[in-house]
Design a protein around this ligand. Structure first.
Ligand code: CTP
Ligand code: CA
Length: 225
């Protein structure tokens, strides 16, 4: 294991990792969230750190503690996450492992919503959140050299992931099948496809920490070219 003090193949490199879910407020005491544990993102940040990178870890409210030796930027919403990533640029690579909420509540209330005595049920309206991965991938100036996204799918994994890579303009997509029967969502293991400009690699099922180490080594190789 390389030390956390900047030697190793990623020494001198700055990598931004997004991780965890986002929380989108409904009112001051309620929010919309998802089941992301943030585990894969934290493992990736740790593995990059172990190869000597300076890591900015932009994380939504997560049940997984961040690794030591990385700069943690804690955010709640997708808008805050985008701002934190942009504020941390420039970077050699950006790895978008966060489960960003696709929508936020358009009519979020400044005060706590109260039950209506007549029994009227409130209606939430949604607007689409910015796509952080696409925004960074499509930067016109000083774009990070390597932008990596994830694609968690429950069917047609390869087709959906390839379409995502093309649509967003990122360099790599790490795709996985998160159907409940795989036990991957919230579990210790992952089985991924790595989709690059050169094609598709199927990695065997392995611990999320091992996926992270393999990915970090591949990132180091790509940035060394
Ligand atoms: N992502 C992002 N910002 C968003 C939505 C997604 O940065 N607002 C990133 C995720 O971190 C991930 C990749 O985009 O790296 C794919 O996320 P995913 O939810 O699978 O893709 P979507 O484009 O949101 O498509 P859908 O949820 O409809 O499958
Ligand atoms: Ca999504």
């Amino acid at each position: 294991i390389e030390s956390a003090f900047g030697d190793g193949p990623l020494s001198g490199r700055h990598v931004i990792v997004t991780s965890g879910p986002t929380h989108e407020p409904i009112d001051p005491v309620r929010y919309i969230a998802n089941r992301s544990s943030g585990r894969q993102g934290a493992e990736i940040a740790r593995a990059l750190r172990d190869l000597g990178a300076r890591v900015t870890f932009v994380t939504g409210p997560s049940t997984t503690p961040p690794p030591a030796g990385v700069e943690v930027v804690a955010v709640e919403t997708a808008l805050q996450m985008l701002g934190a990533v942009q504020g941390a640029l420039p970077a050699d690579a950006v790895i978008c492992a966060a489960a960003v909420a696709d929508w936020r509540v358009a009519n979020a209330h400044a005060d706590k919503l109260k039950k209506d005595p007549s029994g009227r049920i409130p209606t939430l309206e949604f607007v689409e959140n910015p796509d952080i991965l696409a925004t960074i991938s499509q930067m016109q100036e000083d774009r990070p050299r390597l932008v990596v996204g994830f694609a968690a799918e429950t069917s047609d994994v390869l087709a959906h992931a390839r379409a995502k890579r093309a649509r967003k303009g990122c360099d790599w997509i790490v795709a996985n099948d998160v159907s409940p029967e795989t036990g991957i969502m919230g579990g210790n293991e992952n089985a991924v496809l790595l989709i690059t400009a050169d094609g598709v690699e199927q990695w065997p099922r392995m611990e999320k920490s091992e996926v992270a180490r393999r990915l970090a080594r591949r990132i180091a190789e790509a940035l060394a070219e």
